[in-house]
Design a protein around this ligand. Structure first.
Ligand code: BG6
Length: 494
């Protein structure tokens, strides 16, 4: 039996700069992601920046330790470039229709991120932008109409551009205060209406300029930036608990499963070390202290210590997360000698890949859920999962996405086994991109995750009309039976 416990949370997840659009409306300021172009796997997306002498440079945007951005480079929009965050898929204007569609599937939770620069346009203002706050009031009003509770990501891989330029992003502790001012505003405004909060998205991906606003490709600076984010998160959790009794806080980690390529002891040990590149983030934030192996992690990134004060250690203890949330899309395989932190460096001959080369591994999800729960002993929450695929819509926009149904059927079954057989305490599941949205890694539209098709191409052309795919009806049935229908043969899925 796959029927999940009563109260299990079913829903979808989105991020503002991939979904909302309206980038210059309602008093919104500019975000680091607004300067990212579209791209492909072969041609990664980049930021457009201009040097004082007028020359254009194009630093890569979202890779681990992406290309450095020179101090005197300024972001610039180029006429012959397409910037996907500007329109995204226009949730900003279509939120009523979108929420009605999600309600139609029976969602009882919707994870979305608030756009920091919609609330504080540069991050530096003393008072928030009322128009921005009103937009999210309206979104929550709409959700409440359908008894869908919000799960709010406070910061999804983004920064108001001004904070990136003025402070070198999270490398500077001043950003902690800007973040807390923003959190306090959100807690005051939405605290009575939102129980579940995520302080940061994929905080373990200390990567390009976009997410953390740090210009240098420098291990120590980036890990100091991550430490500053740990402190910011812990302070937000403490403040949130004081302002909103009963609220629950998580942070989100990119937690693909990781396997050793063989049982050779060197491969096994390399795997242990690589896995700690992720545990480092979860352990510190969910247990409230740096584990001794942190020094070994730093060593691999070329430095031996960080600035961590006694006050920082105290706040990490006081602001521990209530639950651990994570994204799971794939597993990776690693062996001794692979370049450091080159996830997916070794192929797994037992798995098939998506068109974007991501290995499909449902059992890896069950493994991962157990691994986290065994280690941290706090509830977990799967806040992203799904398959990015190329959908072919018919003339009515309808997509027969059996491959998506297969992927979800297998992953949700593995999740149910982890909960019902292994005893993992899992709060819920929010599928990534329930309505097609912009890909984070490539900026493409054709990498689609949704149950709902959006008529738009990689350059933003199309009607943007929404159409339910075959998977929409299948997922609706899974949710209305609280997972029981996962055991029905797939031929009966509609
Ligand atoms: C997650 C991010 O890691 O992966 C999302 O939080 C992202 O923002 C998702 O969209 C899927 O990645 P991609 O590159 O396929 O969009």
């Amino acid at each position: 039996m796959k029927k999940l416990p009563d109260g299990f949370l079913w829903g979808g997840a989105t991020a503002d700069f991939q979904f909302e659009g309206g980038f210059n409306e309602g008093g919104r300021g500019l975000l680091s992601h607004d300067f990212e172009t579209d791209g492909t796997i072969e041609q990664p997306r980049y930021h457009t920046m201009q040097m004082p002498n007028g020359s254009i440079i194009k630093p890569r945007s979202s890779f681990f330790y992406a290309d450095p951005v020179p101090q005197d480079a300024k972001p610039v929009f180029l006429d012959d470039h397409y910037y996907p965050s500007h329109q995204a898929v226009d949730f900003y204007h279509r939120y009523k229709e979108d929420i009605t569609l999600m309600a139609g599937m029976g969602f009882n939770i919707f994870r979305f991120s608030i756009c920091w620069s919609r609330i504080y346009p540069t991050g530096l203002e003393d008072t928030p932008n009322e128009e921005g706050l009103k937009f999210y009031d309206a979104v929550i009003d709409e959700l409440e109409k359908y008894h869908i509770q919000p799960l709010i990501t406070i910061c999804h891989d983004e920064l108001p551009m001004e904070l990136a330029l003025k402070y070198n992003g999270w490398a500077n502790r001043q950003v902690i205060d800007c973040y807390l001012k923003y959190c306090q505003t959100l807690f005051k405004r939405y605290g009575k209406r939102c129980k579940y909060w995520l302080t940061f998205n994929e905080i373990n991906a200390v990567r390009g300029f976009g997410p953390c606003g740090i210009r240098e490709s420098n291990g120590k600076m980036r890990y100091q930036g991550a430490h500053n984010m740990f402190v910011a998160s812990a302070k937000a959790v403490k403040l949130g608990h004081e302002m909103m009794p009963g609220s629950m806080f998580g942070a989100m980690y990119a937690m693909s499963e990781l396997y050793p390529a063989t049982c050779k002891p060197e491969d096994m040990f390399h795997h242990l070390q690589q896995r700690r590149e992720n545990w480092y983030f979860i352990d510190t934030m969910a247990r409230g202290y740096y584990h001794p192996y942190a020094k070994e992690v730093w060593h691999h990134h070329g430095f031996d210590n960080l600035e961590i004060s006694e006050d920082d250690k105290q706040i990490l203890k006081e602001g521990q997360l209530d639950f651990v949330s994570f994204s799971y899309y794939r597993s990776n395989t690693t062996k001794a000698g692979d370049p450091w932190f080159n996830v997916g460096g070794s192929a797994n001959p037992y798995l098939e890949n998506t068109p974007w080369g991501w290995p499909i591994d449902p059992l890896g999800l069950r493994y991962c859920m157990n691994e986290i729960y065994d280690r941290i002993q706090k509830p977990i929450f799967i806040v992203e999962n799904g398959i990015g695929a190329i959908d072919k819509a018919d003339e009515n926009g309808y997509v027969e996405d059996d491959y998506r149904i297969d992927y979800l059927q297998q992953h949700l079954s593995a999740m149910a086994d982890a909960i019902l057989i292994d005893g993992v305490d899992c709060l819920g599941y929010t599928m990534w991109g329930p309505i097609d949205l912009i890909s984070l890694s490539t900026g493409e539209m054709k990498k689609r995750y949704g149950f709902i098709y959006v008529d738009m191409d990689d350059k933003g052309n199309g009607t943007l009309n929404r159409t339910k795919k075959k998977s929409y009806y299948w997922m609706k049935h899974i949710i209305e039976t609280n997972g029981e229908a996962l055991e029905e043969p797939l031929t009966n899925k509609k």
